[in-house]
Structure formats: C-alpha cells, structure tokens
Design a protein around this ligand. Structure first.
Ligand code: HEM
Ligand SMILES: *[C@@H]1O[C@H](CO)[C@@H](O)[C@H](O)[C@H]1NC(C)=O
Ligand SMILES: *[C@@H]1O[C@H](CO)[C@@H](O)[C@H](O)[C@H]1NC(C)=O
Ligand SMILES: *[C@@H]1O[C@H](CO)[C@@H](O)[C@H](O)[C@H]1NC(C)=O
Length: 333
C-alpha cells in the first residue's frame, strides 16, 4: 500500500516538473510528458469541475451543443490526433476544408470560453485539446451516455492538419462497410465494433439536406427527401427515434432501415456488422461499454507530430499568430 502511494506521489511530482517545463519554455514548442488521467491534478485541481459545470450550463441552454462537441472531437482527432488543430480558424485552416461540414460555431466557442475560465483559474496550464476532450466526454454524459476516462496532457498543434489528412475523414455516401473499415483502420480503429459504436455518435445531432441518402427508395428516405424539398435548410435528425438523447435509439432506427446516411445504412445492410447493430439496439449497456472503449481509442489516434506543441492562449490561433496580432496592434496604435 505504502509503496503504491509513494510511486503515485513521484508520478505526480514528475508531472508537475514537466508542466513547469512547458510553462517556462512557452511559447516555444516542447515535447510533452505521457498522457494520464491526472496530468493536471496538481497544477489545476479545479479543471474537471470547471469543465463539467460549464458544459452542464451550456447544454441546459442548448442541448444541440452536445452533438456539436462530439462531432468536433471526431474531426479533431481523426486527421492527425487530438491536437485541437480543428479549432484553428482562418485561411488554410481545417475549418475551410470540405469535410468541415458545418462544425457548430457555438460549440467551437464553448470550448474557447471554457479555456478562458480554466486559464483564469490555473494560468495557461491546460491545452485546448485537453479541454475539448473533457468537454466532449462531459457532453456525452450530460446527454445520457456513458462516462470514460480521458487521458490528458495533449499539447495544441502548431498548425492545421493538411488537406490530405482532413480528406481522410469518411464520406457519408460510402455504401461499403469494407471501405469504412479500411479508412478507420488507418487510424487504429479497425475493429468492426469500433466502426459500429463510433457511428453511434449519430444518436445525437442533425445533418444538412445535402448529405441524406439518395435516391429515395423507401418510406423513410422519401419522407426525408420530401422534408428537404419543402425546406432545403431543414436539418434532419440523425437518430429518428430519440434525436437529442445519448442512447441506443440510433441502432433501433437502423434496425428499421431508418438511417440518414448511406454510411449508416451500410452497417445494417452488411452481414458482418448487422449483428452488432442488432445487439446494440437490444442492449443499451453493450453499446455504452463499446462506445467508451472506442472513444478512448479515438482519443489516442497517433499524433503525426508526436505531441509536440504548445498551450494555446486562444483556441482559434497559435500563440505565434496571437503574438503577431498583438504586435500588429501595438505598431498601429
Ligand atoms: C462512419 C463515418 C462517419 C460519417 C460518414 C459521418 C458523416 C457525418 C455527416 C455527413 C454529418 C452531417 C454534417 C452536416 O450536416 O454538416 C455528421 C454529423 C455528425 N456526426 Fe458523423 N460521421 C461519421 C462518424 C462519426 C463519428 C465517429 C462521430 C463521433 C463519435 C460522429 C458524430 C457526429 C455528430 C454528433 C454529428 C451531428 C453534428 C451536429 O448536430 O452538429 N460521426 N456526420
Ligand atoms: C467549410 O468549408 C467550405 C469550403 O469547403 C467553406 O466555404 C466554409 O466556409 C467552411 N466552413 C467553416 C465553418 O469554416
Ligand atoms: C420530416 O418533417 C417532419 C415535420 O417537421 C418531422 O416530424 C419528421 O421527423 C421529418 N423527417 C422524416 C423522415 O419524416
Ligand atoms: C430488429 O428488427 C426485427 C425485424 O426486422 C425485429 O424482429 C427485432 O425485434 C428488432 N430488434 C430490435 C432490438 O429492435
């Protein structure tokens, strides 16, 4: 017992030293310490409570933000690891790439607002990447979904992901499970259970009309198409059963062929994934268990930069950009 505690104390001590190194050397990029659940325990003990209370308050005002956060997290992590690269805005950023597909601006802003609160309380010790990961987990929980451990200590990227890497994000018109698996395998998410459970992110949220499956060939898709022809700006619920609750409604809908995208329908049409869809439709706990496992995997997608980066002072800009802007201001005022 005593040895375990002292080993833990040493681990925390090392974490503090490494974080000090990050602070002292800012804004120069550094290589980070290994990720852990209690990376910020000593330097920002209020972190988790600030994030949770902020997410609770925001979702109470607007439940759709939960889906916004979850999709942003997927789009952040998939191209080159969970490095907040998707939060960078402006020319050349990932937000300008095709698959940005309307990331919710208010969800991006929510993470920036939480960052400001955390940095006000603890100093600039926590990255936008970590705040995004924690806020996403909390949004899943507040919406009714499972909790899971979030490994923190990620640094924010120094630049956006390349258009090539962003272009690896899956396309909703894919009809083949094998193609989806091939894409997910490149990011270490190649188990069928990962693909089916992570697609379950569509238990919350909405889609623009441009992505719904076409041509309409059954009752459900004809109703979707009819809605969209009446009003092309109407958003289509991704879970036709319980649109805003994080539950297994998406799989119950899929089992009735009520999937919104071709990529959703592929999961019930393919003989190798249909049994997993039916299992999750039958058993919410089984879905939750696998979703938690697969989200932890998603949060560990290999970083192409090896977790070299910085603690951004604003999630939408690198510190270099912030500095250049401040100097520009100083020079012109
Ligand atoms: C299997 C591959 C996937 C495809 C092809 C796909 C595609 C899409 C598309 C086209 C949209 C609608 C975007 C828009 O209307 O602008 C969407 C929305 C969404 N996706 Fe996925 N997605 C996939 C996997 C995932 C994963 C792994 C997650 C998270 C775990 C996720 C979470 C979401 C959420 C929450 C929304 C709704 C966003 C909102 O309401 O703001 N998706 N997805
Ligand atoms: C997403 O990308 C398109 C170009 O593909 C661009 O026109 C649009 O402004 C981008 N959206 C956001 C939120 O940046
Ligand atoms: C179409 O619109 C109606 C009315 O807004 C809505 O209840 C329904 O969920 C929409 N989608 C489908 C597939 O019927
Ligand atoms: C799935 O659909 C079949 C009919 O196609 C039905 O018998 C079964 O009860 C459904 N399962 C769930 C869990 O909804």
């Amino acid at each position: 017992m005593a040895t375990r505690w002292s080993a833990r104390a040493v681990a925390v001590g090392v974490g503090v030293l490494l974080q000090l190194a990050v602070l002292l050397s800012a804004p120069t990029a550094v290589a980070a310490a290994p990720l852990s659940v209690d990376f910020h325990a000593a330097t920002c003990p209020q972190l988790e409570s600030i994030v949770l209370s902020s997410v609770q308050a925001a979702l109470q005002r607007e439940i759709a933000l939960a889906a916004g956060l979850l999709r942003i997290f997927f789009h952040d992590c998939f191209p080159q690891g969970c490095d907040a690269s998707v939060y960078l805005s402006g020319a050349g950023s990932e937000q300008q790439e095709g698959p940005n597909l309307s990331l919710q601006p208010r969800a991006l802003q929510l993470v920036e607002d939480i960052r400001a609160k955390v940095h006000a309380a603890c100093g600039p010790t926590v990255s936008c990447a970590d705040i995004s990961a924690l806020a996403t987990r909390d949004a899943v929980v507040v919406s009714g979904g499972p909790s899971y451990a979030v490994l923190v200590g990620q640094l924010d990227s120094l630049s956006p992901a390349s258009a090539n890497l962003v272009g690896d994000l899956p396309d909703p018109s894919i009809t083949s499970v094998q193609s989806l698996l091939d894409i997910f395998t490149t990011r270490g998410l190649g188990e069928r259970a990962d693909l089916v459970a992570l697609s379950g992110g569509h238990t919350v949220g909405r889609s623009q009309c441009s992505f719904i499956r076409r041509p309409p060939d059954d009752d459900f898709s004809r109703r979707m198409a009819a809605n969209c022809s009446v009003n092309p700006r109407v958003l289509q619920n991704l879970d036709a059963v319980t649109p805003d609750a994080f539950d297994n409604g998406y799989y119950i809908a899929l089992n009735k062929s009520q999937g919104v995208f071709k990529s959703d329908m592929a999961l019930i049409r393919d003989r190798s994934t249909a049994p997993i869809v039916r299992q999750f439709a039958n058993d919410k706990a089984a879905f939750f268990k696998q979703f938690a496992i697969s989200m932890v995997k998603l949060s560990q997608v290999q970083r192409t930069d090896g977790n070299v980066g910085e603690i951004r002072r604003s999630c939408s800009r690198t510190n270099g950009q912030s500095l250049a802007e401040e100097e520009g201001f100083a020079a012109s005022s």
